[in-house]
Write a protein that binds this ligand. Structure first.
Ligand SMILES: [Zn+2]
Length: 434
């Protein structure tokens, strides 16, 4: 089921032509209207008319989150406030917030990409959609709202929180579609069962669109099982438009980017160069049609890769893998990029160890070395020395196969690694000390 078949299934060649034309327009638009972009381009010695192919994109400087904070609040706006009809903003917990301004047409586009996203997972005017993302300055609630409104589904604008009432609404109104963060979805299921004696799989829910935080395939299966639904991944960010930059189709094999509106690149976060097709890197996005705050080569800091090949659903927009992590978590060792989650995955796949670990980087002889300390499970700890050694080697091999370099694994006693109440400190870098 398509919302906009022509746009969603446009042959690649045609789509790329459209993208290039829009890219040239948006670069010119930003250059002429936003002093920040003009200065950046001038410093790089580039003019909008120099952009003749996608290759030329490389000459345009990136835009970072720090840049956005510097020009807070309206420094990247390309139109006067009188043309802005709505403003959203990030929470700004880690510094000045990011401000997004939408013209009437931007809201139209937002509704369009969200309508495509919801239609793609089977949502129609027959559905009752409960939007349990926060409404307000956060883009989650209203982004879904505009999409569902276009489709003509019955919207229950529940916003986040008030868990008991959410369940009651689902029961009383016969909610068929749930939109919220994946962790909240799990909590809703647990609350229904444990606090209200309701088996969540007996609710009328059919599908869910979950995002705004990182989650795993295992978590997807858990949500699907508990509610008896199909759970899909949505991707978006305030800087670009909010939710609706990309969404999974019914294949559940990657998220289609709405490429007629957003141009994706995947770069090596260290060098800024494009990575090989299919390789992991940092997602960079350019808005192709936005009027209020055009975003040129915005570094999302989100790690993903393009899914190779065509999708059986017939949509031609490229797919990205679910977001794996942030560039802030990246470790570079002997020229290889690796992420703590890769090591975590290996640990989770091996029996006999706990998901408590620490990565220690040293440089004893001018060469980086990685040690991964992992806690043994209680049962393992009492095993024979030979069995423990065998487990250690198995984990070393698995990690080497996954990340591509040799690491030293040390198995430590249960509960011996430090615990944290907030974000666990996984990486200890001692390279500058040794
Ligand atoms: Zn598809």
């Amino acid at each position: 089921m398509y919302w906009n078949k022509e746009a969603e299934t446009m042959p690649r060649e045609e789509l790329q032509k459209l993208q290039l034309q829009r890219l040239r327009e948006v670069v010119k638009y930003a250059y002429e209207r936003v002093p920040f972009y003009r200065k950046r381009c001038e410093a790089a010695g580039i003019k909008p008319e120099d952009i003749r192919s996608f290759e030329d994109l490389k000459y345009i400087p990136f835009t970072s989150k720090a840049d956005l904070r510097e020009v807070y609040p309206f420094g990247l706006f390309a139109v006067p406030l009188s043309e802005i009809v709505e403003i959203h903003s990030s929470s700004g917990t880690t510094g000045k917030p990011v401000v997004a301004g939408y013209t009437r047409r931007d809201l139209e586009v937002w509704g369009e990409v969200m309508a495509r996203s919801l239609t793609m997972i089977g949502v129609t005017s027959q559905d009752v959609i409960q939007i349990a993302y926060g409404y307000g300055l956060f883009t989650g609630g209203l982004g879904f709202h505009y999409g569902a409104l276009k489709i003509g589904a019955t919207i229950v604008p529940a916003s986040a929180g008030n868990t008991r009432r959410q369940i009651t609404l689902m029961q009383d109104f016969g909610t068929t579609v749930l939109a919220c963060t994946p962790s909240y979805a799990l909590y809703l299921a647990e609350y229904a069962r444990d606090e209200m004696g309701i088996d969540p799989s007996t609710l009328k829910l059919r599908v869910g669109s979950f995002g705004a935080e990182m989650w795993t395939e295992e978590m997807r299966r858990e949500i699907e099982k508990r509610f008896g639904i199909k759970a899909y991944n949505v991707y978006g960010l305030t800087e670009i438009i909010g939710p609706g930059v990309a969404h999974e189709c019914e294949e559940q094999k990657g998220l289609h980017i709405w490429e007629d509106h957003f141009l994706p690149e995947i770069i090596d976060p260290e060098t800024g160069e494009w990575v090989e097709e299919g390789k992991e890197g940092e997602l960079v996005l350019t808005t192709l049609t936005k009027e209020g705050v055009p975003m040129i080569r915005f570094r999302t800091r989100d790690i993903t890769s393009f899914v190779p090949g065509e999708c059986p659903c017939g949509r031609t927009g490229r797919r990205i893998e679910r977001i794996k992590g942030r560039t802030d978590d990246m470790i570079k060792v002997r020229g290889v990029m690796l992420f703590p989650y890769q090591i975590e995955q290996c640990i989770l796949e091996v029996q006999g160890v706990e998901p408590h670990y620490q990565i220690i980087l040293t440089r004893p002889h001018h060469l980086d070395e990685i040690e991964v300390q992992v806690e043994m499970a209680k049962e393992t700890f009492s095993d024979e020395v030979r069995a423990i050694e065998e487990l250690r080697r198995r984990l070393e091999k698995k990690i080497e196969e996954t990340v591509g370099i040799r690491v030293k694994v040390t198995l430590v006693e249960p509960k011996s690694l430090p615990r944290s109440e907030g974000k666990a400190k996984r990486v200890i870098d001692k390279r500058n000390l040794s």
